[in-house]
Design a protein around this ligand. Sequence first.
Ligand code: HEC
Length: 155
Amino acid sequence: MAKKKPILLYGFVFAAAFLVLIQAIPYGKDHTNPSVLGEPTWDSPQTHELAERACFNCHSNHTVWPWYSNIAPASWLVAYDVSEGREHLNFSDWDHQLKGERLIKEIREVITEKEMPPLPYKMAHPEARLSDAERETLLQGLLRTLNNDSPEKQS
Ligand code: HEC
């Protein structure tokens, strides 16, 4: 028994030193949000509000960075989610957003299958958990919003 203690202690010290060291890695530290370039013509304030509650932290340039986004390795996961999220769908760069059938299909899918917001995110953000009714309202609202902004309607 007496011999086991130092090993545990070394393990703990090593883990602590590792956590301190990885804080020096620059990835995920830059939390400056890009400027907002263009937003959808929302069909209603409610759609905007639901999207803001459940989607904007990863799919817009209005990201609110939580305290743990300053601490590696959580910071890496958050930074990755935000950059990947914005790449797929960015409500703040609407003019460059690929719209059309494909996006409509994806949005319908991720909302009805409850894939978005991702589960780990919902555990940390209770406000992003939508009721069935809210999910349906958001989906229909986003579909109307996309329809408002479709190229055919603009010409
Ligand atoms: C925690 C960050 C986060 C939140 C919050 C979030 N998403 Fe995502 N979303 C991602 C990431 C990362 C991807 C790209 C990787 C993937 O498809 O899983 C993505 C992908 C997508 C895609 C593309 C799916 C595809 O098949 O390529 C759609 C559409 C989408 N999200 C919609 C939404 C909607 C709508 C909400 C709000 C109800 C939302 N997301 C909330 C992170 C997020």
